[in-house]
Design a protein. Sequence first.
Length: 164
Amino acid sequence: MNNSLITLPPLVLFTDHDGDWDAYLNVLYTWFKKDFIDSKPIFQGKRLGLKRHPMSYGKEATFWHMIQEGAIESERIPDLRRCERIRWPRPIIEGSDKPDVKIWCNERRGERRICLWFPRENYLVILAERNNYLLPWTAYLVQQPHHQKKLQKEYEEYCKNNGS
């Protein structure tokens, strides 16, 4: 295990783009493309792919999941906290061997998911397992204390049951 801590890139703020949503969206996508399309992160020796479909406005589904919130796909809306942190998923994925990332697996909707929680910033990255690769599924700021407690409990339960 690497004992150094993760250093996260600065936030990408909407206010730095003169209130121009299209310009901001293009900047967000440029960072996403750099981190997940132009080069592929590796998590514990497994390559990361992308959930490309449904493509929307020429952008992959994974991108939209990293900047939007909502349970119903067609009704998801931008979440500025997610947008601002578009540069965080890759360093957390690649820094998962560091002590400030808590990792565990769970099952959601019949699929095995890997949770990478960065408690220092209350930020969660979710990866979905596939046969020979992983998909970055979503990433978001965990703002509610009850959700933070739930994640901690889920992590502790996983560690207890898996001897970690």
